[in-house]
Design a protein around this ligand. Structure first.
Ligand code: ATP
Ligand code: MG
Length: 229
């Protein structure tokens, strides 16, 4: 069996809504191998974003455990979690989440700066050229188009060569042309770095490119299917 990069066991997340506790993620167990591309599919409100937040350590589960690269991250302190998130994972959001006061290049370099990587600028510049944004390197996020912002966000997610990239509807705010550019780049770059990719998406086209598709329904993993890859 291939090396396992991500594992979740019996993950549950409850939120208090009014007087009741609602179970948004319900007893989910899964495993992702090194270099694997897994799509999480399911209708709006099924818990995809919540599950990605648990898997990436952005949120803590009510029950269950998450392992990244064999390390149990469930009970880590915020500081230790921050280090794992920065070094071992990258996150691409639907709404980009770039830092408005930093240029395109500075946004990309930010995770490398955080860990004190002196080669951050050189790596950032290389990635910028790769996604065809060299001319935009000094632009601030509000001076970039949606597709350009997402390309910057992808570079930022990749700069520390993480074990795994999480992407939550990365094309949700883009037109079809930019969606294609962004997906082509994400899939090309994650393969080059032999990173794993876990993506929530409604897109059947994207799901067809995955190794595996997981279906969520009311927070439960319904079934699993091979993708088209
Ligand atoms: N912080 C929170 N507090 C209370 N309820 C929440 C919270 N976060 C999410 N929920 C609820 O959990 C459910 C699942 O939300 P989630 O965002 O995970 O769904 P989703 O599958 O990503 O949907 P979409 O496809 O629309 O992005 C929703 O009903 C939502 O209202
Ligand atoms: Mg969502």
């Amino acid at each position: 069996m291939k090396e396992e990069i991500l594992k979740a066991t019996d993950l549950t997340r409850e939120y208090r809504i009014g007087n009741t506790m609602e179970r948004i993620v319900d007893d989910v167990s899964l495993s992702v191998a090194k270099g694997e591309f897994v799509v999480i599919s399911g209708k709006s409100g099924s818990g995809k974003t919540t599950l990605l937040s648990l898997l990436s350590g952005l949120e803590r589960p009510t029950e269950g455990r998450v392992f990244i690269g064999g390390r149990d991250i469930t009970d880590l302190s915020e500081d230790d979690l921050g280090v794992i998130r920065n070094r071992s994972t990258g996150f691409v959001f639907q709404s980009f989440h770039l830092i408005p006061s930093l240029s395109a290049l500075e946004n990309i370099m930010f995770p490398a700066d955080l860990k004190g990587d002196r080669d951050g600028r050189a790596k950032g510049e290389k990635l910028l050229r790769k996604v065809d944004l060299w001319e935009r390197r000094s632009h601030f996020p509000d001076q970039l188009s949606g597709g350009e912002k997402q390309r910057v966000a992808i570079c930022r997610a990749l700069i520390n060569e993480p074990d795994i990239i999480f992407a939550d509807e990365p094309t949700g705010n883009l037109d079809s042309e930019n969606s294609k550019i962004v997906i082509d780049l994400l899939t090309e770059l994650y393969r080059e770095q032999t990173t794993s990719l876990v993506m929530a998406t409604h897109s059947k086209e994207i799901a067809a490119m995955a190794d595996r598709i997981l279906y969520l329904h009311d927070g439960r993993l319904q079934r699993e299917q091979d993708g088209g890859a």
